[in-house]
Design a protein around this ligand. Structure first.
Ligand SMILES: [Ca+2]
Ligand SMILES: [Ca+2]
Length: 204
């Protein structure tokens, strides 16, 4: 191969690499509930050109949505948004979804794919540990504690599970029918837990 051809090829590669969009970021939730719109913000940098973003929602290497949606480009060097674009997406069926985004500049150069995964699941899975202690003395008031944990992938709402109830069940011949209600502010994030404690109960 002649020396001139090698020199030409190396020069082209160098120019393209130095001008591709870079530092692409996707900001948005990683967990969510079915059929709920979630906003994702996308932003990249380019030292020279204006850019646009291609989103491949179903990860089949074909861009399904462009931002901005009108076919124009945004200049990442100009505020207040500095090229940031946003879009919303919802998923009807619980599952783990990964989409990816590329930034393209006006010269046709593009960044690497940036991936984002979101887990869509049904309502939070709240569990309560067995109350402790598991012994008491007759006639001596005793408080009981239980740990409530959100094992689900989503944050609880504020319109349900906003109170918790202790009730004593028959155990042999000794039982009591009192109840105690503890109010706790929600929401409770996925994976989070807290301890609730009952009012003192006398076993008579
Ligand atoms: Ca560029
Ligand atoms: Ca696609």
């Amino acid at each position: 191969m002649p020396q001139t051809d090698i020199s030409y090829n190396l020069q082209v590669i160098s120019v393209a690499l130095s001008h591709i969009p870079y530092d692409l970021r996707i900001t948005g939730p990683t967990t969510g509930a079915p059929s709920t719109p979630y906003e994702f913000k996308i932003q990249a940098k380019d030292d020279v050109d204006a850019i646009k973003y291609g989103i491949d929602w179903d990860n089949d290497d074909i861009v399904d949505e462009w931002l901005p949606g009108d076919g124009t480009f945004v200049d990442p060097k100009v505020g207040p948004l500095f090229g940031e674009q946003s879009t919303t997406k919802s998923w009807a069926v619980p599952g783990t979804y990964t989409f990816k985004v590329r930034a393209y500049d006006t010269c046709g150069a593009h960044s690497d794919w940036k991936f984002h995964t979101i887990v869509i699941s049904n309502l939070p899975d709240l569990i309560a540990s067995p109350p402790t202690p598991n012994t008491a003395f007759l006639g001596v008031p005793q408080s009981y504690s239980s740990t409530i944990t959100n094992q689900g992938a989503t944050t609880t709402g504020t319109d349900f599970w906003n109170h918790f109830e202790f009730s004593a069940l028959p155990n042999g011949t000794a039982y009591i029918g009192e109840q105690s209600f503890i109010w706790r502010p929600l929401p409770l994030n996925a994976g989070a837990s807290f301890v609730i404690t009952s009012d003192p109960w006398p076993f008579l």
